[in-house]
Ligand binder design. Structure first.
Ligand code: ADP
Ligand code: MG
Length: 367
């Protein structure tokens, strides 16, 4: 496309120190700073009540920040009404107009924007083919399945060539298989048209599948803004380590720090070697985080940490076997053994050496 070599605006959407309170007392969004690049797919991921929808509502113009500014393409948007912001929306409960056909649902945002009929028809055609619903123009929403209705909602959000599309849990009401296929469908639409998407979900798998970057929300604040792999491999605090993916944790106290290693004395008295991420000084309390696939059962190579663990539970998962192991006082330690590797005598009660490297074992805040 002609714009391909042009520099993308890195601050296409910008939340600048935004606070939001609904009751004048409690801040549900606190000092939010977030820059979204033009054409990027950014997901706000976090538990219920963490402030995600509030952020989308402020960007859409249905709520006003208590403090701070929001910019769209370099312009402050606080004085621009919602329908003039050039923003498309898909919400879980933002249903189609039930008394209008699919065609009329898609024509509506174009009519509001006074697009002439022949041009509107071309746009409706294009939007419906994007979601593979060509030929459904005359259907009423109730004559469509849930998945088809959400595809029409996606088409309606894109039909007027918005600058930004906001999607708030748009797949939440769909069953698992449909949800997964729609994740790819929306991701591919984003890749093909390059519109900026701000997506909200509480489902981490959905966020990891779809996004260029993910902003992890908790308690009204962004905890980490990173690419999916960085979020999983390099969580910056215990909340993110726990919220994204599976996580083994040990609590303990820092005994010694030098360079990229620290010695942590666990609650059961054992010392392990870890990677000091947030810890700075000797004596600090810490929670150490280790991804299940970074721990190796019966390792052939030498590893920084090597300790005996006892198998408590074995679950066969087809491609891998999942072990729950009693290790260094943690009875919930999870290991994943690929089923393609040589078979060990995996039996409940058997003991094995379990090894891992300090670089993968992140000493984080104790919360
Ligand atoms: P999320 O989308 O992450 O679940 P929300 O942004 O909906 O979070 O909510 C954040 C907080 O703001 C919650 O404590 C919620 O109860 C509160 N809240 C949301 N909308 C309103 C509203 N319209 N009036 C008052 N409080 C609200
Ligand atoms: Mg919400």
């Amino acid at each position: 496309s002609p714009g391909e070599n042009m520099a993308k605006n890195k601050e296409f959407v910008k939340f600048d120190n935004v606070d939001k309170s609904y009751d004048g007392k409690i801040l549900v969004v606190k000092g939010l700073n977030l820059d979204i690049e033009e054409g990027e797919f950014v997901t706000m991921l976090g538990p219920s009540g963490s402030g995600k929808t509030t952020c989308l509502m402020m960007l859409a113009g249905f709520e006003t920040p208590t403090h701070g500014e929001i910019y769209l393409d370099g312009k402050v948007i606080s004085n621009i009404p919602p329908h003039k912001r050039g923003i498309g929306m898909v919400f879980q409960n933002y249903a189609l107009f039930p008394h209008m056909t699919v065609y009329e649902n898609l024509a509506f945002p174009l009519r509001v924007r006074k697009i002439p009929k022949d041009e509107a028809d071309k746009k409706i055609d294009k939007a419906l083919s994007m979601v593979s619903l060509h030929g459904f123009e005359a259907r009423m929403p109730m004559q469509l399945s849930g998945g088809q209705q959400q595809r029409v909602a996606v088409a309606r959000s894109l039909v007027f060539d918005p600058q930004v599309v906001l999607m708030d849990e748009p797949l939440g009401a769909l069953d698992k298989n449909l949800r997964e296929s729609m994740q790819y469908e929306i991701k591919h639409i984003h890749e093909s048209i390059g519109v900026t998407v701000v997506y909200v979900t509480h489902d981490q798998t959905e966020a990891l599948t779809m996004s260029n970057r993910i902003a992890v929300f908790n308690d009204g604040k962004v905890q980490q803004l990173s690419s999916p792999d960085e979020l999983y491999e390099q969580p910056v605090n215990s909340f993110v380590a726990e919220f994204i993916g599976e996580n083994n944790k040990f609590s303990g106290q820092v005994m010694d720090i030098s360079g990229d290693k620290c010695k942590v004395k666990l609650d059961n008295g054992t010392e392990i070697l870890a990677n000091p991420i947030t810890v700075k000084v000797k004596g600090e309390k810490t929670k150490v985080s280790l991804r299940p696939e970074r721990a190796i059962i019966d390792p052939k190579d030498k590893m920084d940490n090597n300790h005996k663990g006892k198998i408590e539970e074995i679950i066969y998962h087809g491609d891998h076997t999942r072990l729950r192991v009693d290790l260094l006082g943690n009875k919930e330690f999870i290991l994943k053994v690929p089923n393609s590797t040589a078979r060990l005598d995996l039996k409940k009660g058997n003991e094995f050496n379990i090894g891992w490297n300090s670089v993968d074992c992140r000493a984080l805040d104790p919360k």
